[in-house]
Design a protein around this ligand. Sequence first.
Ligand SMILES: Cc1cc2nc3c(=O)[nH]c(=O)nc-3n(C[C@H](O)[C@H](O)[C@H](O)COP(=O)(O)OP(=O)(O)OC[C@H]3O[C@@H](n4cnc5c(N)ncnc54)[C@H](O)[C@@H]3O)c2cc1C
Ligand code: FES
Length: 333
Amino acid sequence: MTHRITIEGGGVFDVSAEESTLLRGALRAGVGFPYDCSVGGCGSCRFELISGEMETLWTTAPGLSERDRRRGKRLACQSRPLGDCTIKLRPDDEYRPPIPPRRVSAILRERRAVTADMAEFVFRTDRPADFVAGQYALLQPPGAAGMRAYSMSNLPNAEGEWRFVIRRVPGGRGSNAMFDNVQVGDAVTLDGPYGHAHFRADVPRDVVCIAGGSGIGPIVSVARAAAQDSGPRRLFVFEGARTRADLCFPVLADDARDKVTAYMPVLSAEAEASDWDGARGFVHEEVERAVGEQVESCEFYFAGPPPMIEALQKLLIVQWGVPIARIHFDRFF
Ligand SMILES: Cc1cc2nc3c(=O)[nH]c(=O)nc-3n(C[C@H](O)[C@H](O)[C@H](O)COP(=O)(O)OP(=O)(O)OC[C@H]3O[C@@H](n4cnc5c(N)ncnc54)[C@H](O)[C@@H]3O)c2cc1C
Ligand code: FES
């Protein structure tokens, strides 16, 4: 059984009655539905319900303000159609998914500690791992309400291997459930791929990858894709971490190291007394210093916590005037 969704002013698509969210159904139908995080945090997937019935999955999702709610706005990633509906939305072809998301069962094959609070989780699915480097998937941590977004750190492959670098967030329900309640051999639901901060293989510019904390996962994936590419482009990797023990790139991306033009780790809380002689401070400060006049030749990929994303947007867009089309990022809510 399907529900018919009519976009006021033009466009119709069908979603399966089993579909988990309007957003997922729209992307599976090839509709360019604007979105970003898929987990209720950013508000990019706002729309209006004109007629019909939809269930709201997370009623207090932070992606909607009180004003939005009063004006009848909803989040497509937190709405499930219960019948035929008409919605108000401006679709945008930029958001048409390169690969439609699928929902599959994934078995945890391996977990290895990378730092004190981050581990690499290796899952296997029956189907090929179909995604573009830099994208993310939604995983269902057992017992947590809602799915969590985690970015793949490997490259797409026919074997169905999906690698994620997950940080245990103090007090976080989903990430702690991933560490404590998912053992090797257990299955979780994996839904994906999602996201637009993926590697643009057809853009012949130098690649600048910038990771903050657990943002290292998609950055390793993009760096791997750029390293595989035979073009003459240069590849710069910046990694922001608190201390030397929190750096991940050298551990995770051994295979790409010799293709990296320069790897620049930056530490924000390394003890003054340590013998660290690399950069200190915030990662955007090092990007400003090191990229400088070469900005014209670069395409930027970055992922990490919201303050880092905001600092980089300010630097790249406001200060340097880099066109938005050359900037690809995921904000980890
Ligand atoms: C695009 C993207 C990619 C990401 N990639 C990574 C990655 O590679 N590695 C990594 O460690 N982290 C990543 N994150 C962050 C990750 O998704 C989680 O936010 C983080 O693990 C904290 O989750 P938590 O459950 O521990 O914390 P919590 O505070 O319990 O939950 C955090 C998030 O879970 C969702 N959530 C909470 N409650 C509900 C609910 N009732 N219903 C529905 N959703 C709810 C919300 O999005 C919330 O922001 C990514 C985030 C985004 C948006
Ligand atoms: S995509 Fe729905 S709130 Fe971010």
